[in-house]
Design a binder for this molecule. Sequence first.
Ligand code: GUN
Length: 293
Amino acid sequence: MQLIDGKKISDEIKAEIREAVEEMCAKNLRPPHLAAVLVGHDGGSETYVAHKVKACEQVGFRSSLIRYEDHVTEKELLQRIAQLNADAEVDGFIVQLPLPRHIDEQKIIEAIEPAKDVDGFHPENAGRMMIGLPCHVSATPAGIMELLRRYRIETKGKHCVVLGRSNIVGKPVSVLMAQKAQPGDATVTVCHSRTKNIAEITRQADIIIAAMGQPEFLTADMVKEGAVVIDVGTTRVPSIETKSGWKLKGDVKFDEVAPKCSYITPVPGGVGPMTVVSLLRNTLQAAKNRKQE
Ligand code: GUN
């Protein structure tokens, strides 16, 4: 069994991005600038956004954190998005999800200028990804594909089972795994909450991508010997072992599944750090695409 070290790969990619930023600065171009909009004080969202801002610093990007309280109106948010769309100093921005219930998330996503939508959530980016055109691919699926690429894990002709059908992970990663590319060229089955006989299906999988947000859902009896397991789960569960009082749990029962795998990602330190660098990569690309000032 080989552990897929997302932290190590993400550090390598950060070094590559840093170099690209230095090249831009040497040509008198300003460094890429990522803005993040954070609404409220959800613990998970606070942590993710803090990681994103810190990663910007590490690679030499400019970053801006724009905060709103939970009671912000949809209109105020839409106005801020219009400003960010028009701001020539901002290359890309994200609105951290989830948003409070009184705000229509889809309306917010669709208000973002696709060229600046470095999360890749806008229907234009999602649609372009679907048919294999250049676009911002959403960060977690892009990070998973990059891990498979850098570990040279064969995907061609393999049976890949995706657990979960979210717009953020399950749907896009299933499209990427099936596309005519390397990595890709897999036969993909998408399982979800209404799927019957999930264990029967996962036992046929060469590659399992677990992304349904149910801690320790995937157990050893559901995995065939030699499978590759990618764990996208990041549920916070109470813990007396940590100072914060919680720890992250993946969708895979790691201790019993790992011994059966050829490769497996840990939680934390697997897919998570790759999501952050994929966002940086999209922002670098957005900055390279911008019209010369
Ligand atoms: N919430 C959970 N994952 C993400 C993500 O990748 N981007 C944003 N904006 N919100 C999220």
